[in-house]
Design a protein around this ligand. Sequence first.
Ligand code: ATP
Ligand code: MG
Length: 138
Amino acid sequence: MSNRTFTMIKPDATSKGYTGAILDQIIKAGFTVKAMKWIKLSEEQAGLFYDIHRARPFFGELVDFMSSGPIVAAILEKENAVADFRELIGATNPANAAEGTIRKNFAASIGENAVHGSDSDENAVIEGDFFFSKLERF
Ligand code: ATP
Ligand code: MG
């Protein structure tokens, strides 16, 4: 079990001014920030990041959305980081997200759902490497 995960605060949340409140909830839940950047993805970069979903019907919508505005990308550290962070963000569809989760608090829909969280230790490493060089993580 690794102690790191990767997250993005998605364009819906950054554009609504929720960045600070989401980071505050993440830090209060016990995660420490090991790398962070404010960045806007191109359509090509968003497509590469979500390559695993390329065949899904919502792929075009997902790429358009994820490249529509700035995001915050971050590597987070905590014991049991991947599972604990998925619990903190809640279900993919905010309508099904538990009370008090980040998606319940800040997400509007299954497509525009405020945050990303890695789904495995392996993907946390791949996703962190997608955004950060060795010089940018601590
Ligand atoms: P993420 O990977 O962003 O943390 P997740 O792991 O909860 O989310 P995935 O199944 O990996 O969910 O889907 C990736 C993203 O694709 C979702 O967060 C959402 O933005 C979008 N998505 C998933 N299902 C749908 C859908 N049915 N319609 C529109 N967008 C969707
Ligand atoms: Mg996912």
